[in-house]
Ligand binder design. Sequence first.
Ligand code: FAD
Ligand code: NAP
Length: 483
Amino acid sequence: MASRCWRWWGRSAWPWTPPLSVGSIPSFRHQFSTQETTPQICVVGSGPAGFYTAQHLLKHPQAHVDIYEKQPVPFGLVRFGVAPDHPEVKTAHCGRCAFWGNVEVGRDVTVPELREAYHAVVLSYGAEDHRALEIPGEELPGVCSARAFVGWYNGLPENQELKPDLSCDTAVILGQGNVALDVARILLTPPEHLEKTDITKAALDVLRQSRVKTVWLVGRRGPLQVAFTIKELREMIQLPGTRPILDPVDFLGLQDRLKEVPRPRKRLTELLLRTAMEKPGPEEAARRASASRAWGLRFFRSPQQVLPSPDGQGAAGVRLAVTRLEGVGEATRAVPTGAMEDLPCGLVLSSIGYKSRPIDPSVPFDSKLGVIPNVEGRVTDVPGLYCSGWVKRGPTGVIATTMTDSFLTGQMLLQDLKAGLLPSGPRPGSAAIQALLSSRGVQPVSFSDWEKLDAEEVARGQGTGRPREKLVDPQEMLHLLGH
Ligand code: FAD
Ligand code: NAP
């Protein structure tokens, strides 16, 4: 079987070569347990977990891997999550397999149908929902999830109607993770700095009209418990035209505790401490004095209610319970002191984490943890079914973490294959699924189709200095492909 290489280096280039087509899959000639047979494996989801799992599976010299993706375009959160001003995180992938976009598993085809067509199925469909705050006022206009906001500026089709109202002076982001920092940065970055990225034109137009001057990031715990990382904090501190607002009182006594904490947390806290406590040099002081926008961290505050505006048509602020910490290390938790505080704002973004959904009634799902129960990627009590990425371990971790856990799932699957634990006998793979999809009127998007869309996006960006102008309407994408 010919091997081709797929890569992603950056959203500006997307230089992928075509995947293997179904026509190039060698026919199944012998019993599955023999060396020459083709293990037919499918992966659900084409984010980092899907691609890294496929990459590992392709170490098996005969394996064929089909990746099914509900969007017409590949890459998951690499396209729809990673901030447009962070294109350098795109990593390289290599392998041989086929991509089938525009196929939503659980709707267009079921997991049992996939299990019948393939020797093994890997679920790598990420976390497409957000954790709800579950507080009064969450449903008000002027309140949205960071997940939807990120999807909106990154061109995720389902979020294109969001059109956030940025006519207010102050925005509050609930949560202090990297997503919260991404959202704060996009809200405060001078629009001319975003013009050279692949942020959608519609989002850029709204951000150009934005009147948001101050963004608060609210954490229920303290500076030692923030969930963001140092690189992202540094970017925020240096953001052109903005100044940080940190209350030195929150940092009192912290210096003495630094020796107790692991090195990455120590360096992060030192940067926070310097920013909060030290007098800036003349240059930085001048920069901050001339800044027209600001961002601040509010600690020890747990959201209780979104306060409605007088007409009930928007948000006027957030009611926060003042907290103190109990417990030590990882177990440190915020408990309310009984005091309350209102923080006025016109926009509330909840950034307290993503959440996976169940995909199919036949697949076990732990709705409390929001993951598919598994042991090292083997779905509990369902032989031949595996999982990787955020749906396997929960919605935390960067692309490198997702890569490691996806390789582990791939390794487990190949071990089971070698041990004869997967179904024996030939499996039709994509041929059977394509027939099913066709009978249901679903037209998959192949990798070469995606390349056409990719070329179109790049062409539309040309002349504007932008790497691409993203297509955001699936119907338009299918129309461009003649589907
Ligand atoms: P995803 O990337 O979400 O991929 C899941 C895929 O499955 C999607 O393509 C989805 O469309 C598809 N899918 C869902 N349901 C179905 C279905 N029913 N049928 C078929 N397909 C389906 N990490 C970094 O290293 N650097 C960063 O700068 C960075 N920025 C981030 C910014 C944000 C806003 C977020 C949320 C995360 C960021 N991360 C970053 C983390 C990184 O994106 C994740 O570690 C990684 O994307 C998780 O991979 P995944 O494949 O499990 O999920
Ligand atoms: P996260 O890192 O888990 O942060 C979630 C934040 O929400 C934490 O501050 C958490 O506080 C808070 N929170 C949770 N439940 C809450 C509640 N009920 N009330 C108030 N606050 C609550 O999640 P994320 O920011 O969504 O990021 C997801 C993953 O993607 C992370 O691993 C992140 O590093 C990664 N990512 C990376 C990048 C990058 O590399 N540039 C960019 C974006 C995302 P507690 O700690 O108190 O629970």
